[in-house]
Design a binder for this molecule. Structure first.
Ligand code: DGL
Length: 265
């Protein structure tokens, strides 16, 4: 049971930023990653559609007898956690709570900004979690839909990227936030430019590292931390694997030697 894999899914390649942090924090764990590249993006779709996709993705991961499922996608986490927890009895971890908790811990002026996809922002999932941890924190959110294609195109340092980031973040700067949650899988790759725009005094919370800590704590509490020395990971995509591997390696920061097509879509 201990050495069973951790299942992770995302709407596409972005969730590999979470895998990267899990590799660092939990090097003995075997990962089965699923990117739903055939149906990406989730960020512009309705909660009902995303719930349906999320359950299908989790059903696929369950075939590998995973001991825990990480919903690496912010949009799926903000809409589908309750439905997933109702259907599956293993622990289901989303990215919203760990990011919200960290932001509440580090804000000094109690003003926190959140950026994410349209659906994540509309769901107010981060605001609800923040309120759960503190009633004193004021949260403001902003959808930044152009960030995902910019990152997938690899435009991380271009002038045009700086200008777009500045335009989206201006209203958050006006609110004098001192902490900003990157509420989307893709945004950690834009961290340097986001920091440059917001200024050094604004602390950036990247949910990917907070979620790796949360997974570690859950597995430790359950006595299910793996003892494998060389875990063999598996990567799946619901559309062609070539694109998944090429773009995915940028997110993971290492080579993806083998990826397979998941054929249930
Ligand atoms: N993975 C999504 C998220 O974190 C971003 C890409 C999409 O819209 O599907 O919200």
């Amino acid at each position: 049971m201990k050495n069973r894999p951790i299942g992770i899914f995302d709407s596409g390649v972005g969730g590999l930023t979470v895998v990267k942090q899990i590799f660092k924090r939990l090097p003995n764990e075997e990962i089965v990653y699923l990117g739903d590249t055939a149906r990406v993006p989730y960020g512009t779709k309705s909660p009902e559609t995303i719930k349906k996709y999320s359950i299908e993705n989790a059903d696929f991961l369950m075939k590998f007898k995973v001991k825990i499922i990480v919903v690496a996608c912010n949009t799926a986490s903000s809409t589908s956690l309750d439905a997933l927890r109702k259907k599956f009895s293993i622990p289901i971890v989303g990215v919203i709570k760990p990011g919200a908790e960290k932001a509440v811990q580090i804000t000094r002026n109690n003003r926190v900004g959140i950026i994410g996809t349209y659906t994540t922002v509309k769901s107010k999932a981060y605001e609800k979690e923040i309120r759960h941890f503190s009633r004193d924190v004021e949260a403001v959110s902003k959808a930044c839909p152009l960030f995902v294609p910019l990152v997938e195109e690899g435009w991380l340092k271009e002038d045009v990227t700086f200008d777009i980031v500045k335009k989206y973040l201006k209203p958050l700067m006006a609110k004098k936030i001192d902490t900003l949650i990157l509420g989307c899988t893709h945004y950690p790759l834009l961290k340097p430019v986001i920091s440059r725009v917001m200024g050094r005094h604004v602390k950036i919370v990247d949910s990917a590292s907070s979620v790796a800590d949360e997974v570690h704590n859950i597995l430790m509490a359950l006595g299910k931390l793996s003892e494998q020395k060389k875990p063999a990971h598996k990567f799946f995509a619901t559309d062609t694997v070539e694109h998944f591997v090429r773009v995915g390696e940028k997110f993971l920061g290492t080579k993806i030697h083998r990826a397979e097509r998941a054929n249930y879509v």
